[in-house]
Structures are given as C-alpha cells and as structure tokens.
Design a protein around this ligand. Structure first.
Ligand SMILES: Cc1cc2nc3c(=O)[nH]c(=O)nc-3n(C[C@H](O)[C@H](O)[C@H](O)COP(=O)(O)OP(=O)(O)OC[C@H]3O[C@@H](n4cnc5c(N)ncnc54)[C@H](O)[C@@H]3O)c2cc1C
Length: 386
C-alpha cells in the first residue's frame, strides 16, 4: 500500500467520524464501547495500520507514516474521543512489531512470531493491559510474574499479577502486557488472547474493578487480577530496548493527536456559541479567550513541530515526541478551562459537550508516559534541542 491508500482510509474515517459526531450528546453518556463502531473502522481499513505496506498494509516506517496515522486518530476524535483512544491502541501496540530495520538481526524464531502477530493484526484488534498499580506508568516497575508452562512450547507461559487501565478490555482480541520471568533482568513483553475470556476468575482473569473514569468514560479501561493466565512470550527485555524508541515516537504522537482532535471539537463548539457575542464580551472574557486561543495555537505548533521532527529523523525524534506530549497535555488542559469560563456557566452542564471534552482531554496527562514519569524522562534526556 502507498500514501494514496492511507489517504483513502483517512477519507473513510472522516465520513464515519462525521456520523459519530451527530450523536455526541448520546455518546458522551456511554460507559461502554459499541462493537458496531469498531466494525466500521475495520471496514474503513484502520486495522491495516498494523501491517507493513509491502504486505498490503499502511505502515511505511515512522517518517512516512507518522502524519497519516496521527491524522487518522485525530479525525476519529472529532467523532468520538473514547472510540479514538481505544482504536489508537492498535497501531500504538503494533509498532512494537513493525519496527522492521531495528530488529532485522533479531532471532529467527522471533521474526517468525512477529510475522504471525502482523497476520493477526489484519483482522483483529490489539490493545494493551500493561499498567500496574503503583508503577506510575513505568514498565520497568512491572511486578507481575511469568511462569513457564509445562507444554514444552518455548513461548508458552502463564502470568500472575495485577494490571489496570486496560483500554478496550472486552473489545480487543489480543492485548500485550509485561511480566517478569524468574531470574530475568527486566520484564518481557507477552501477549494475551483475551477477547472472550470470562472475567470471573475461572480461567485466571478476574475483573478487579470496572472502569469508572471521569473522562474517556466509555473506554472500558478496566482493572484485572491475573492468576496463572495463559500468555505468549514475545519481545524479550533485550529486544524491547530496540523497539521501544519507535513506540516512544509513535505512541506519544498518537495520544497527542487524540487530544488535539478533542481541542478541535471544543474550539469549533466555542466559536459557534460565541457567534455574535464576541464584541460584547467583558475585558476579562476577551483576555481569557485570547489566552485560550494562544494555548491551542501553541499546542498545534508543538504537535506540528514534533510530527515534522518524526518525518525528518524517524526514530531519533523521541525527545520531540515526548516534549510534544507533555506540552500539548498541559496547554490543552489549561486552554479548555479558560474556554469554559468564556463560554459561560452552561459549559459546566453535563448536557453541554464542553464539560465532557474538558475531562477527556485530561487523559493525555495520564497516558503512558504519565506526566510525572514523562517529566523525569525529558529531564534525563540530552536537552540541546533548542
Ligand atoms: C484514559 C486512560 C486510558 C489508559 N489506557 C491504558 C491502556 O490501554 N493500557 C495501559 O497499560 N495503560 C493505560 N493507561 C494507564 C497509563 O498508561 C498509566 O500507566 C497510568 O495512568 C499510570 O497511573 P499513575 O501514574 O496514577 O500510577 P499508578 O501508580 O498506577 O497509580 C494509580 C493508582 O490509582 C488506583 N486506581 C486505578 N484505577 C482505579 C479505580 N478505578 N478506582 C480506584 N482506584 C484506582 C491504583 O490502585 C493506583 O493506586 C490509561 C490511562 C488513562 C487515564
């Protein structure tokens, strides 16, 4: 597939997103995902974000794919931020397997397994249930234990531990996670075949708490207790070091794109609300409106700058991507608060979309790497970029 194919998927997504947007009021009351939404996205070609172009998919490496992929999820956020975030997990996870040139010297058995994962991605949704309570979003703090199964298959394990924030639980066919093998230096990546598993513990997966997020309410980002639950070992901790820089660029920019899409919604709603009122606004409202517009403008500059950095330097754009995620998250949270003040008290009402978008946009600060961890990472990086 080439750029034209990505463009046609974007066009399909624009049409779907426009239909979703007509039901914003109802969608904002949802606490669950609608499988029909994801069937439409699959038909639109979105699952092919997890397949390389030379195999009929959309992935053409970081530099060539970053703009199209971020446009796809930003477009989806225009229709439904929860659907956008859950869908985003598919390419965000698949880039662990798509980082071709970084892992071409990897063991043959893993390259074969990677190919089988790519085949699955054509028709199946992937997600991640990696976060652990107390880890602050740092995968290296994984406590979940992995135990070799007795079936003699090299990649066959069971995992035991607590995981939370598994966006798309019950929707995703497969989910990646981290766990530690006895004696291993760091955690390895495993994947779980999880879609139809019962959540009553009978097969080792117990729903610990259902997602009750104040934002991104329908993402089914549930918490689970796993007890001897079957898992397939995939990316070892040594290999993780090679693919993580790719996920850092793409993951940060995809998550930021979802937040930018929410800000697009909020800004067009506010402009509409303030039509004919702008000239009569009080001095304070004018200033807050200017500040809100400045912050959204700055967020867009940060986002565009980081996308260009990824287009120019691919995997070396990690610093720009993480700076972008931090900056966009801080600016948009602040901008939407100011926007609410200017739009007026009604923006505090549940019946108005702005109140919910205000909460949804805050998710960016918690998504991996959450702000405290992200600030540590950027502080420790070489900062000669300005
Ligand atoms: C909308 C959203 C979607 C996310 N999607 C994913 C995903 O798909 N996969 C993934 O691996 N991570 C996901 N994350 C998690 C994210 O990547 C970070 O790992 C996480 O936000 C880290 O949280 P923390 O820094 O508060 O650290 P933590 O140290 O993990 O602290 C979280 C604390 O909150 C408590 N807690 C969590 N949920 C609840 C609850 N429902 N009720 C009461 N207490 C609770 C925990 O017990 C813990 O004490 C998502 C986060 C958000 C906000």
């Amino acid at each position: 597939m080439n750029r034209e194919n990505s463009q046609s998927v974007i066009k399909n997504l624009q049409a779907i997103s426009a239909t979703f947007a007509k039901d914003t009021a109802e969608r904002q009351t949802r606490r669950e995902l609608d499988p029909a939404d994801f069937e439409q996205l699959a038909e639109a070609g979105f699952l092919l974000t997890g397949v390389p172009a030379e195999q009929g998919g959309l992935w053409r490496g970081i530099a060539e794919s970053v703009r199209d992929y971020t446009t796809m999820v930003r477009t989806l956020a225009h229709g439904d931020p929860c659907v956008a975030l859950v869908a985003t997990m598919h390419p965000a996870v698949m880039v662990y397997f798509l980082g071709c040139e970084q892992v071409n010297d990897a063991p043959q058995a893993w390259l074969a397994q990677r190919q089988s994962v790519i085949e699955l991605a054509r028709n199946h949704w992937w997600g991640t249930v990696t976060s652990e309570p107390g880890s602050g979003g740092d995968m290296l703090k994984t406590k979940t234990a992995a135990k070799k199964s007795a079936d003699g298959i090299d990649t066959s394990y069971t995992i035991s531990g607590n995981k939370h924030f598994g966006s798309g639980s019950g929707h995703a066919d497969y989910m990646i996670t981290t766990a530690r093998r006895k004696g291993a230096e760091g955690p390895d990546l495993f994947y779980l075949k999880i879609k139809d598993e019962p959540w009553d513990g009978s097969t080792g997966c117990t729903l610990a708490s259902a997602w009750d997020g104040i934002g991104m309410t329908a993402t089914q980002s549930h918490a689970f207790r796993f007890e001897n639950f079957p898992a397939t070992k995939t990316i070892t901790s040594e290999l993780l070091g090679k693919v993580s820089p790719i996920t850092a660029v793409i993951g940060n920019l995809l998550f930021a794109a979802v937040a930018m899409g929410i800000a697009d919604n909020a800004l067009s709603f506010a402009k509409d609300k303030l039509k004919g009122k702008l000239q009569n606004m009080r001095a304070y409202e004018r200033i807050e409106w200017n500040r809100c517009r400045n912050e959204i403008w700055l967020a867009q500059q940060a986002f565009e700058g980081a996308v260009r950095a990824a287009e120019a330097s691919g995997v070396s754009a990690g610093q720009a991507a993480i700076r972008c995620k931090i900056t966009v998250s801080e600016l948009l949270e602040s901008a939407l608060t100011k926007m609410s003040i200017v739009v007026g008290g009604a923006s505090f009402a549940k019946g108005m979309p702005l109140a919910q978008w205000n909460q949804d946009v805050r998710a960016l600060g918690f998504l991996r790497p959450p702000l405290p961890f992200a600030h540590d990472l950027i502080f420790d990086m070489d900062t000669d970029d300005i």
